[in-house]
Ligand binder design. Structure first.
Ligand code: HEC
Ligand code: HEC
Ligand code: HEC
Length: 101
C-alpha cells in the first residue's frame, strides 16, 4: 500500500521539480574577456517556447547553443529581445549582462 502511494508521489515531485527549476534558477555563462553573465529565470518570465524553439535555444540544456556577441548584436539569441525594443540593447549596457564590467 505504501509503495503504491509513494511511487506516484515521487514521480509527481520529480516532474514538478524539472519544470519548476528554471524560473527560480540562475545559470551563468563564462562570457570570455568581458566576464560572466548571470541569466536569471526570475528576470525572464516569458513562456518557455519564446526561447526554447528551433530558432533560439532548442534544448533546455545549458551549453547546447554557443552564444556570441555577434549573434546578439544581429538580433539573434538573447538579442531577439535585447534589441532596445523588448528589452535593453547591448551597446552601452555591457555591464547589465557582464556584471563584472
Ligand atoms: C528568455 C529566454 C528563456 C526563457 C523564457 C526560458 N528559458 Fe530555459 N534556458 C534559456 C537559455 C538561454 C538556456 C541555456 C541554453 C544553452 O546554453 O544552450 C536555458 C536553459 C534551460 C534549462 C537547463 C538549465 C541548466 O542548468 O542546464 C532548463 C531546464 C530550462 N531552460 C527550462 C526552462 C523552462 C521550463 C522554461 C519555462 C518555464 C524556460 N526554460 C524558459 C532561456 C530561456
Ligand atoms: C543581453 C546580455 C548581454 C549584453 C548586454 C552584452 N553581452 Fe556580451 N555576452 C553575452 C552572452 C550571453 C555571452 C556568451 C557568454 C558565454 O557563452 O560564455 C557574451 C559574450 C561576450 C564576449 C565573448 C564572446 C564573443 O562573442 O566575443 C565578449 C567579448 C562580450 N560578450 C562583450 C560584450 C560587450 C563589450 C558588451 C557591450 C557593448 C556586451 N558584451 C553586452 C551577453 C551580453
Ligand atoms: C524573450 C525575450 C528575452 C530574451 C530572449 C532574453 N531576455 Fe534578458 N530580459 C528580457 C526582459 C524583458 C528583461 C527585463 C529588463 C528590461 O525590461 O529591459 C530582461 C532582463 C535581463 C537581465 C537583467 C538585467 C538588469 O539590469 O536587471 C539580464 C542580465 C538579461 N536579461 C540577460 C539575458 C541573456 C544573457 C539572454 C540570453 C541568454 C537574455 N537575457 C535573453 C527579455 C529577454
Amino acid at each position: 500500500m505504501r509503495s503504491l502511494v509513494i511511487g506516484p508521489l515521487l514521480t509527481a515531485l520529480a516532474v514538478g521539480t524539472a519544470l519548476a527549476v528554471y524560473p527560480s534558477q540562475t545559470i551563468t555563462f563564462a562570457g570570455g574577456e568581458a566576464g560572466p553573465v548571470a541569466f536569471s529565470g526570475r528576470d525572464h518570465g516569458q513562456p518557455c517556447s519564446r526561447c526554447h524553439n528551433q530558432q533560439t535555444f532548442p534544448l533546455m540544456q545549458q551549453g547546447e547553443v554557443t552564444i556570441t556577441m555577434a549573434a546578439i548584436d544581429k538580433g539573434r539569441l538573447c538579442g531577439s529581445c535585447h534589441n532596445g525594443r523588448q528589452a535593453f540593447a547591448s551597446p552601452n549596457n555591457c555591464q547589465r549582462c557582464h556584471q563584472s564590467q
